[in-house]
Design a protein. Structure first.
Length: 225
């Protein structure tokens, strides 16, 4: 992974292994399902961002497969998948009301998200697609579209990390976290929306744990690419 120049040597005549093929097909099917399920799921406030993300992801996976850019494409998917399972684990801990575990997983997820999406992805992957491919393969028509979609993902990463950081800061201010934190990212239930300010909640979680962690757990549903 660290020698990203290997992604371009011999391109486009690179053999695709069966394992890589199945990885691609699985990821593509997964993101198609996410795109369609957005229209039947609870409509969240990040609907447009997630739709753009899923559309860019499906386009990138399909585009890299058709153009045999599967080596660098697999790197992009691996880098993004590295933090997603932590998010899902945090959701499960939150639903099971294991609040301390949920808080811990949120911290680990935030660190993993920062390292993979804001460090490894731009420094290694984008550097390879923008500069190494140009130097080794030379200019080619699909270079522009491929890198444009990858840069769209990077913009989304910055937006998501801003939301993560804001939730983390508010969660640390005990007593300051309220419904507005969750509503920034995901639609609250009708019961929560109708409850007057200061009214007791039905949930047994303390304000810091419930809103601070769950708000993020509901924020970024499967942003692998």
């Amino acid at each position: 992974m660290w020698d990203t120049q290997l992604c371009w040597y011999g391109y486009p005549y690179q053999v695709m292994t069966p394992g890589l093929y199945h990885y691609y097909v699985t990821e593509l099917a997964f993101y198609w399902s996410l795109m369609f399920s957005q229209f039947t799921d609870i409509k969240r406030k990040d609907f447009l961002i997630m739709f753009i993300h899923h559309l860019a992801t499906v386009s990138l996976i399909s585009f890299s497969y058709v153009n045999n850019m599967t080596r660098v494409g697999s790197l992009v998917m691996c880098v993004h998948d590295a933090s997603d399972f932590l998010l899902e684990a945090g959701k499960m801990a939150n639903y099971a009301k294991y609040q301390r575990l949920c808080d811990f997983l949120f911290i680990v997820f935030s660190a993993a998200f920062f390292i993979t999406r804001l460090v490894i992805y731009p420094v290694w992957v984008l550097n390879s697609t923008l500069f190494e491919s140009w130097a080794i393969v030379g200019p080619y028509p699909s270079w522009w579209l491929f890198n444009f979609l990858l840069l769209v993902l990077q913009v989304l990463h910055v937006i998501w990390f801003y939301l993560i950081a804001r939730i983390a800061v508010k969660a640390m201010l005990r007593g300051k976290v309220s419904n507005d934190v969750r509503s920034d990212i995901e639609s609250s239930s009708d019961e929560e929306l109708d409850a007057p300010a200061g009214a007791p909640r039905a949930s047994s979680h303390p304000p810091r744990g419930e809103n601070g962690t769950r708000s993020h757990c509901g924020m970024q549903n499967h942003s692998s690419w």
